[in-house]
Design a protein around this ligand. Structure first.
Ligand code: SF4
Length: 186
């Protein structure tokens, strides 16, 4: 068994979807050894081998496995978070036990979609980034033609949680990101 236990230590509102929550669970063991095997058996994962994170998309929800903790986004409530963590723990342990029969996959996997990014932007289309709309900004961000730092509103307190989730998602997907606000005009 690779993962023996887990415990939800924090829940936050999920501002990507205000009706949902975001849960963070500390885990008893380092689990990164199983990431390339999970990346091989699951579809649509975003694997960042250097950063040791694996993001799993399932039923419109987002689960990011780190070496020492797990974050769950777009969750209904703590009860659902517990059910997902149990599913993840079983998946991690079963995959780890069968690892000799699985060809590990170290590729980054699925690409981020502009719509995934757009949902984490302020959505006001204020044009301060130089783009006409937030969606246009999202398209450029996913293509790595612009940086998060070019969107000043994201650095305000109002959008702090969206900013945090966006940075986490980009980081998990292996993007090089500047987390400092760009104070220059445009
Ligand atoms: S600066 Fe941010 S909020 Fe304003 S249009 Fe650009 S991406 Fe949207």
């Amino acid at each position: 068994m690779l993962l023996h236990s887990y415990k939800i230590t924090r829940t936050l509102p999920c501002l990507a979807d205000p009706e949902k929550i975001r849960a963070i669970a500390e885990i008893s063991d380092e689990i990164h050894e199983v990431f390339p095997y999970l990346n091989a058996v699951l579809k649509g994962c975003i694997y960042n081998h250097p950063a040791l994170t694996l993001t799993i998309k399932k039923d419109g929800k987002l689960f990011t496995l780190h070496a020492h903790h797990i974050t769950l986004a777009k969750i209904e409530d703590e009860k659902e978070a517990e059910e997902i963590l149990k599913w993840l723990a079983d998946l991690i342990n079963e995959t780890y036990e069968k690892r000799d029969q699985i060809e590990p996959n170290y590729s980054k996997g699925a690409e981020l979609r502009a719509l995934d990014i757009y949902k984490l932007l302020p959505g006001t289309s204020c044009k301060r980034c130089g783009e006409l709309t937030c969606l246009a900004f999202a398209v450029k961000l996913v293509g790595q033609e612009i940086e998060v730092a070019k969107c000043p509103p994201l650095f305000s307190e109002e959008y702090q949680e969206k900013h945090n989730v966006l940075v986490e998602l980009l980081h998990a997907a292996g993007y090089n990101i500047s987390t400092k606000e760009d104070t220059k005009d445009g």
